[in-house]
Design a binder for this molecule. Structure first.
Ligand code: PEP
Ligand code: MN
Length: 357
């Protein structure tokens, strides 16, 4: 439930309510708004009487959160969450672009592509050091060497790094190298991993499982949020359907549906959702038109030589064209694409415009 304090509630009154919430076995999530404090009392509150809180000094009202994903729900926060990635953020009016290869393959490959995507306007570099592969005989990633190469690419370009963490034991190591921890589709319901990432304070990019419902995605996000990490970004990456013409089916509906259900930023990955580079740019345009806060795109200097996901990887010049097209779409729906790193926002940082859903 949400306990909304009166505008003039004193710190002592807030403290009393917090103590009462804890004494009921619920956890406390404090939000200090511009005008008033809102206390999220989260946990199994079925046996807890809401009325007792109404009687406490300084309490204005008590509201139930009806959704099972309490902290992720729009009911919990009417303000959109913005997650900082380097100097930029995702979840405001500007669209954020993450680009790079599926896997880090070599020093020259990652440095070349990092410079190229930065030049084209990407705001962060993606690249897997630990790779979840369907076959144990496929390239599994360079592991810790890959993380070092990503750190080198970040130092050379200034691009923050987004990379996948596959297992709980890797969380600490990957957190040291990464700016954003990617949780892959295959791990969306790895609850131990979600818990461990919830204990960090690193932004997490949570990809939707290929057979997961929107509600299951939000419940997975709730695992991270409930352990204290509020910096969660959701990512639609295509789901399994009967259709075989593409690797997955982009659930474009998920974008406005998620935006209506949660305050968390929503990104879309048209590379994995289509599996074919020819369809990446059109689906990227659709994502931004539908209200996505950002895109994550696979780009490789030589897709035909890629050790993973070459068929869905754009060449750098095609990525540059995608950025141009997406910029036009963003403007058509009242948004912008965040300016390239090193350039400032034209007028104010955020014009507050949001598409309405
Ligand atoms: C990836 O981003 O390379 C990846 C493996 O994505 P997903 O988990 O969505 O399949
Ligand atoms: Mn990939």
């Amino acid at each position: 439930m949400l306990i909304v304090m009166q505008k003039d509630a004193t710190p002592q009154q807030v403290e009393n309510v917090v103590a009462r919430v804890r004494s009921q076995g619920l956890s406390v999530h404090l939000s200090q708004g511009a005008e008033r404090v809102v206390i999220g009392a989260i946990g199994d509150d079925r046996a807890v009487s809401k009325d007792q809180f109404m009687l406490l000094e300084g309490v204005d009202r008590v509201l139930p959160i009806l959704r099972p994903y309490k902290l992720a729900s729009r009911e919990f926060s009417d303000q959109d969450t913005r997650v900082k990635i380097g100097d930029r953020e995702v979840g405001g009016s500007a669209v954020l672009l993450i680009a790079g290869p599926c896997s880090v393959e070599s020093r020259s490959q990652i440095l070349e592509i990092a410079h190229a995507v930065r030049e084209a306007g990407a705001h962060a570099l993606r690249g897997g050091a630990y790779k979840p592969r369907t076959s144990p005989y496929s390239f599994q990633g360079l592991g810790s060497e890959g993380l070092e190469l990503l750190a080198e690419a970040r130092a050379a370009t200034g691009l923050p790094v987004v990379t996948e963490v596959l297992a709980t034991e890797q969380v600490q190591q990957v957190s040291e190298a990464a700016d954003v921890l990617q949780i892959g589709a295959r791990n969306m319901q790895n609850f131990a991993l979600l818990h461990a990432i919830g204990e960090t304070r690193k932004p997490a990019l949570l990809k939707r499982g290929m057979s997961a419902t929107v509600e299951e995605l939000l419940m997975a996000a709730e695992y991270i949020l409930s352990h204290g990490n509020r910096q969660v970004i959701l990512c639609e990456r295509g789901i399994r359907t009967f259709e075989t013409a593409t690797r997955n089916t982009t659930d474009i509906n998920a974008v406005p549906v998620l935006k209506s259900l949660t305050h968390l930023p929503v990104m879309l990955d048209p590379s994995h959702s289509t599996g074919l580079w020819q369809f990446v740019t059109p689906v990227a345009r659709a994502a931004v038109a539908a209200g996505a806060d950002g895109l994550i795109i696979e780009v490789h200097p030589h897709p035909e030589e890629a050790l993973s996901d070459g068929s869905q990887s754009l060449k750098p010049e095609r990525f540059a064209e995608l950025v141009r097209q997406v910029r036009a779409i963003a403007e058509a729906v009242g948004r912008t694409v965040a300016p390239p790193l090193g350039e400032s926002f034209p007028q104010e940082r955020d014009n507050g415009r949001r598409p309405q859903f």
